[in-house]
Design a protein around this ligand. Structure first.
Ligand code: NAD
Length: 287
């Protein structure tokens, strides 16, 4: 079984984006800029934002950080988004989710200019993805596809099963697999007979947030497994550890799997940088 090294592949992508940023800067004087907005003090969100900001610096992308109080009114956040939409130094806008209860996330995501929507959650980008591409694609699904591309040359007719139907991972990854002309089945918490559906999969993308969900005997020999899950559990020695949604030790007969941590996670951040560079190029009319 091959372990798909997301950490190394992501490092390579960050270096490529860094080279692209430097080239853009020397031919146009433009430095791509990413605005990251965090509302409240959720510790997990704080960690994600810190990682994202560190990665932007590594790629030569300028970052603009906005930390707002947990009781920030929705109207104030919308005013900030309007300002960022109008700011020529900002090419990408990311509002870290989840947002506090007084703020409607859909309203906020709808307010971001589609060409600066580096998370790919604006309805215009969602629509472009479902009608065949051209827009900004959500980072985690994009990262999953880049990992799959390392081990799969031809998707035509392969059976792909996606576990999870969220707007952030499951649905967009299913659309990307469909675009490659795999035969795609999307499953979720109410799916009946999940193990047998999974047993038919040449490609399995699991994004359920359920540790140990996918067992070894669910996985077809020779299948490729992308494990998106990030679950904090207590390990055998009583300390917290991060695990995915599959029982990794039982997947020896798979052809290739992504480890957790070190698989999809680093790719998500690298794809955010790539999307920011793409957004900058597109805003200045290069793409
Ligand atoms: P979500 O809670 O929005 O959606 C989970 C989906 O999985 C739902 O559609 C649900 O029906 C399905 N599901 C849950 N339990 C199931 C079960 N037992 N059987 C079948 N289906 C089941 O979650 P999400 O935002 O899509 O995230 C999913 C997982 O991926 C989480 O662990 C999250 O932390 C992780 N994640 C990782 C990254 C990354 O960068 N690696 C990014 C986003 C999410």
């Amino acid at each position: 079984m091959e372990l798909i090294d997301g950490k190394a592949i992501a490092a390579q992508l960050v270096a490529e984006v860094g080279a692209g940023v430097a080239a853009l800067r020397s031919r146009s004087g433009i430095v791509p800029g990413l605005a990251v907005v965090l509302v409240g003090d959720d510790p997990a969100s704080g960690i994600y934002v810190r990682r994202k900001l560190a990665a932007t610096a590594a790629a030569g992308i300028r970052s603009f950080e906005y930390r707002l109080a947990v009781d920030t009114p929705q109207a104030a956040l919308l005013v900030l988004i309007d300002e960022l939409n109008a700011n020529a130094d900002v090419h990408g806008i990311l509002v870290q989710l989840p947002l506090p209860a007084q703020i409607d996330p859909l309203l906020v995501l709808d307010r971001i200019a589609p060409e600066k929507d580096v998370d790919g959650f604006h309805p215009v980008n969602v629509g472009r993805l479902s009608s065949g591409g051209g827009g900004l694609v959500p980072c985690t699904p994009l990262g999953c596809m880049k990992l799959l591309d390392r081990v799969i040359d031809d998707y035509h007719g392969l059976n792909a099963v996606v576990i999870g139907k969220s707007n952030i991972v499951g649905k967009p990854v299913a659309l990307l697999l469909l675009e490659r002309e795999a035969t795609v089945t999307v499953t979720h918490i109410h799916t009946r007979g999940l193990p047998d559906i999974v047993r038919a999969a040449d490609i399995l993308v699991v994004a359920a947030g359920s540790p140990g969900l996918v067992r070894g005997d669910w996985v077809k020999p020779g299948a490729v497994v992308i494990d998106v899950g990030i679950n904090r559990i207590i390990g055998p020695d009583g300390r917290p550890i991060i695990v995915g949604d599959s029982v990794m030790d039982a997947l020896g007969h798979a052809r290739a799997v992504t480890p957790v941590p070190g698989g999809v996670g680093p790719m998500t951040i690298a794809c955010l940088l790539e999307n920011t560079l793409r957004a900058a190029r597109s805003i200045i009319g290069e793409e």
